[in-house]
Design a protein around this ligand. Structure first.
Ligand code: GLA
Length: 778
């Protein structure tokens, strides 16, 4: 809700308020951003500070010093010594800029300027400012009521007599009172993305970001600030993100008066953007949220926003298919026969989509050649893509394909024909990453070529899904198409968005999944065009629990591609149980990425049961509300819960780290249930291979057997034990406040079928159902 009167501008979402004041010095002062206050209650917030302190500089005689104000836009070189969101070189070279409020406007939409943005805002406000030399600044605020999100962006227009150069142009600055916060970022590297990193604030600037040309796996654009003492479900938390896929930065600055300035936007190192008179520049949109219900409340807001205002509307409520991807199963070494053998097993086990990964085109038999040449390799696929897709379709599955359109290998027909299309800085041999160069999509002719060639591929067969990859950081920043090379990073991303409009938006029924060596470009900008992302090349279940937990602070699991892969795991060489790999992947968008033909009979039975279980609970898993009950960043183990929005059902995943004998086994406490309701809670039944017990088998069976012998191995093929069968009826209040006491863990002594046999990285899944009539419950 928007309320404008007497210099006070109020933006309200369901549970938050953002109160601005433009009545003093013509500057936008942020009087409050946080929990919701009554529309008629804001007047006492009006500022009372009138004079500066000591050496403070006042920019208007008799008025408060800027350094004591909380400003959404700062005049430059006028006494606010915190880092400003906007820094521009005006005609003649001066950077001093004194902005003054002009007017406020209500709009239907803020300008998108070719960039993705939150869809369908409830209200949009524009605040106009002018600087005496003619630089014009518009601040845009879009309100997303139910998501408790307010987005911000800025447009700068040159109305001066000469050229202007933007030196820094971030999406927002936000001044919060006090410095009593901790900063949480998602940091990492390839195959170790989205690790939660916590830092307390202290006076000074903490600057973070990613300058690799993509939103990056080093520092994701999502971050949050938690007031000291806030935890998973209590306390005040501010969440921030960008709807952007390129280099970005954020900073948190605690000034000498112990106030905290947060700002975020385009990476400013090397950034420089010329504006001729009449030209404008629009920043990417930034996402701000607040919750007084801890990390979980902040995450729920972000999840709601992504699900309802970011991903393409076509996929908002569309169930995503269980897929099988051949990459870790074959790498480049496949032919049609091998793929179809995998597809036949996949279809029998219940998979719905078969995805052909890298290696299907040109001379692409390793990562050294072929990128750029999307003509089918007929030696591998004699029937072409349409032949293979037809056969996969005949098995009852959809067909999907991998592409990496932004890149080229030197050893390719495309590079030989257009060596000048690769990004190269004059006179410097370009750096390579994974043996590939980056195509210069700042250039219109390169974009046109890519759009046509990818669309031709997509039209050549019945393709329902595309994995769009991008496998290296960008270097050698230079494009002959640009007036100023400081425009390079952002122009690349504007070029990328043009590709995504020309390919993804033009084919709304194809399900696109983003990938950038895993999660190197997992951000709201990509999710605007592609509803899901392969968030890490690390498919090890134990590592994935950290990666998925970290990502879940800002992104809902319905955006996370999660695959069951073979063991020993290809990234960590770790061995985890097939059921744990499944339980971990099922909390995202389930897929299998292994050679299905290599599965044993019992593994096939397990996978078939897993896929059936996932399908039975798919709606809950993909569209439910995801919560963290136990974070691997804080303690050993991990526990997740997903609840249906109506509260009628829930699923819990409980993951053990290392097995500790005779460890404390506290009751399993849940959350987010109706305390008054009665629930049935049942563990997912599984089988245990008798080989798991090694020599202990002789204490379980009446006869003596060699644990490594043929007999045990043969028996193991036909006989497997059932895991504990636990099923209880319990009230929501008990489950949340006391917890569920489960059967005892096996701890090296005795055998009984009412023990839970757990081992390193074991896991359990529990399904909860609200009982209609508690009195008939057993
Ligand atoms: C990247 C992706 C993988 C796979 C390979 C293919 O590494 O992250 O999932 O598609 O490329 O080359």
């Amino acid at each position: 809700m928007l309320n404008i009167g007497e210099g006070l501008i109020q933006l309200h979402t369901r549970d938050t308020s953002y109160i601005l004041y433009t009545g003093r010095q013509g500057l936008p002062e942020c009087l409050h951003y946080g929990g919701r206050i009554g529309v008629d209650d804001a007047a006492p917030l009006l500022p009372k500070v009138e004079a500066g302190y000591g050496g403070d500089v006042v920019c208007r005689d008799g008025q408060a010093a800027l350094s004591s104000l909380r400003l959404d836009l700062s005049p430059v070189n006028r006494g606010d010594y915190r880092a400003p969101a906007l820094l521009a070189e005006l005609p003649g070279g001066a950077t001093t800029a004194d902005y003054r409020f002009q007017t406020s406007r209500q709009l239907k939409e803020a300008p998108a300027a070719g960039m993705p943005h939150g869809r369908e805002p409830d209200e949009v406000l524009a605040l106009d400012f002018a600087e005496p030399g003619g630089l014009q600044v518009e601040l845009f605020y879009s309100v997303f009521c139910e998501a408790n999100v307010i987005t911000r962006r800025m447009r700068v227009t040159n109305r001066c007599a000469g050229p202007v150069r933007l030196l820094r142009c971030l999406s927002y600055q936000l001044d919060l009172p006090g410095r009593d916060y901790e900063l949480y970022n998602l940091t990492g590297a390839w195959a170790r993305e989205t690790q939660l990193t916590r830092r307390p604030l202290a006076p000074g600037i903490l600057r973070f970001g990613n300058g690799t040309g993509a939103s990056g796996n080093r520092v994701n654009p999502f971050f949050f600030l938690a007031r000291r003492g806030a935890g998973e479900t209590t306390g005040e938390v501010y969440g921030f993100n960008l709807v952007y896929s390129g280099s970005h930065e954020g900073s948190v600055e605690v000034d000498g008066f112990c106030r905290t300035r947060v700002s975020q936007g385009l990476w400013s190192e090397g950034f420089s953007w010329p504006l001729a008179p009449g030209q404008s520049f629009t920043t990417p949109e930034a996402v701000l949220t607040f919750s007084d219900k801890g990390f979980d409340g902040m995450s729920q807001n972000m999840h709601h926003f992504v699900k309802n205002h970011i991903i393409p509307p076509r996929w908002r409520n569309a169930p995503r298919p269980v897929l099988v991807n051949n990459w870790e199963g074959t790498y480049f070494n496949f032919n049609e026969g091998k793929l179809l053998a995998m597809a036949r097993v996949a279809a029998k086990l219940g998979a719905e989509l078969f995805v052909l990964d890298d290696g299907w085109f040109g001379e692409r038999n390793s990562d050294k050649a072929g990128l750029g040449d999307y003509d089918v390799n007929r030696k591998k696929l004699p029937g072409g893509l349409s032949g293979l897709a037809g056969r996969v379709n005949a098995l009852g599955m959809d067909f999907g394909l991998w592409v990496e359109p932004e890149m080229v290998n030197r050893d390719s027909k495309l590079y030989r024909a257009h060596p000048d299309w690769a990004v190269v800085s004059p006179g410097v041999t370009p750096a390579t990453g994974r043996h590939q160069l980056v195509l210069d999509i700042c250039r219109p002719e390169v974009r046109e070529y890519i759009i046509n060639s990818v669309n031709a591929t997509l039209d050549s067969a019945n393709i329902s899904y595309v994995k769009w990859d991008m496998n290296r950081h960008i270097s050698d920043n230079y494009s002959p198409a640009l007036e100023d090379q400081g425009q390079f990073h952002h122009s690349y991303i504007l070029g990328l968005y043009e590709l995504l409009r020309g390919i993804c938006e033009a084919r709304p029924d194809i399900l696109f999944e983003g990938c950038a060596s895993g999660g190197n470009r997992y951000d709201l900008g990509m999710l605007y065009y592609m509803p899901q992302f392969w968030i890490s090349d690390d498919s090890d279940a134990h590592e994935r629990q950290r990666i998925q937990t970290g990502a879940s602070y800002g992104y809902p699991p319905c955006t996370m591609g999660c695959h069951v892969s073979a063991v020993p795991n290809h990234q960590t060489l770790r061995v985890t149980a097939l059921e744990t790999r499944f339980h971990t992947a099922m909390f995202g968008l389930l897929g299998y990425e292994l050679d299905m033909t290599a599965l044993t009979r019992s593994q096939r039975a397990d996978v078939k049961a897993q896929i059936a279980y996932y399908k039975a609970h798919r709606k809950l898993l993909q569209f439910g509300e995801f919560h963290r009950l136990k974070s691997p960043f804080e303690e050993a183990g991990c526990r997740w819960m997903v609840c249906s929005p109506d509260g009628d059902e829930a699923l819990v995943g409980d993951f053990l780290g290392l097995m500790v004998p005779n460890a404390d086994e506290p009751p399993m406490r849940l959350a987010h249930l109706d305390p008054e309701a009665l629930y049935e809670i049942a563990v997912r039944p599984m089988k245990i291979d008798i080989e798991t017990f090694g020599g202990l088998i002789n204490y379980i069976l009446p006869v003596h057997l060699n644990p490594d012998g043929l007999l045990v191995r043969t028996a193991g093929k036909f006989y497997r034990m059932d895991t504990e069968a636990e099923r209880y009826t319990a009230s929501g209040s008990l489950l949340c406040r006391a917890g569920l006491a489960r059967m005892q863990n096996f701890s090296g002594a005795g055998y009984s079928d009412s023990l839970r046999f757990l081992h390193d990285f074991a896991s359990r899944a529990y399904y909860l159902r609200r009982l209609d009539d508690p009195y008939t419950a057993t």
